[in-house]
Design a protein around this ligand. Sequence first.
Ligand code: GUN
Ligand code: ZN
Length: 434
Amino acid sequence: MTPLLIRARLLSFKRAPQSIDDSASYFYEDDGGLLIEDGLISACGTFADIKARAPADCTEIDHRPHLVMPGLIDAHVHFPQMQVIASYAANLLEWLNTYTFPEECRFVESAHAARIATHFFDELLRNGTTTAAAYCSVHKASADAFFAESLKRGTCMIAGKVMMDRNAPQGLLDTPQMGYDETRAVIEQWHGKGRNHVAITPRFAITSTPEQMEAAATLAREYPNLHIQTHLSENLDEITYTCELYPDAKDYTDVYARYGLLREKALFGHAIHLSDREADAMSDAGAIAVHCPTSNLFLGSGLFPMRKFQNREKPVRMAVASDVGGGSSYSMLKTMDEAYKIQQLLGERLNPLESFHMMTLGNAEALSLQDRIGTLEPGTDADLVVLNAASTPAMALRMETVTTLAEELFLLQTLGDDRAVVETYVAGTASKPM
Ligand code: GUN
Ligand code: ZN
């Protein structure tokens, strides 16, 4: 592949910003150069410096005045829910039973799974999302379709065949043994192939019997380095029902802890209504609470206590995510717009530097992938998003009065969506819809 030299305004975070003035938390270059060779960032700095050391035969692309950042990361999303998004329901359990479970039954068909996988990757990449932690359906065919598509696109993805053996339609149930065997088969077939990572994925405690949780526990023991993903404490009725199903557990979090599922690289979607004991347990384990703002508002699930988790004596690690189809947008910009509003309702502030850190390096760290993605550091994978804060007439007009980087980011987050994404690069190649 010919080396690629990108000229643009560059932004990449080094650590979590402490305030809106924390300019030491990021690298910003107004006339930046990014050299890409063999899918990797090989140099990053001022355009003049990088141009001077770039190979003579490199292709040059000028993205100025747009902003180039590491590709956006979505830490929780459901690929079989593309035709569930925007379904009218009163709450989580009604939404699952009325729309989501019947829809996911269709993924028993490989052809349907393959078709939706193509649309799913197109949609993520159109929104500048280059990595996601995704749920497939219970059917192994859905995971095969997902990972095959990811391999074709060259993306870094985390995903899992969902394990669920009760409280859902027959067409959506496996058994403890099937869940175990098929998860193992998906791991053997796909983990480490291209940039694919397989996650152990028991859907949530309501849809797994204790026997299936034992199977998940065995997988977790057998594969200590794999991601685990599930749902936790999203909705008050869900919590009550879970505690009825697992009467010996201290609380919802303890259900997972008892089966060895509370650990680093374990991603817990939602985690809104945790007690102090549960937050301590999450913190002690180094587990991740994944904030899904558009979903929490759409399903009326609750307000994620981000600051409480951050500022407690034992902080809880966090990530941010779309949770499509409970979530109402594929855009991580829209996701952070809603995250901002949730903090407003809680009387807290979320500054735009923090938001953009969370979508990139923050989520990369939460997924333990910071060595590869979420940054413009040389040696990492060249997954990039090119953002235009003047992408609509209303944004262009507002941009006329913007004077700082933080203001520009806040505008991108508040009014931006897929239209603000000029280009998305996966491992150094501009992605095209398929
Ligand atoms: N809890 C269990 N399954 C799901 C799901 O598909 N979406 C959401 N938002 N919550 C869940
Ligand atoms: Zn979810």
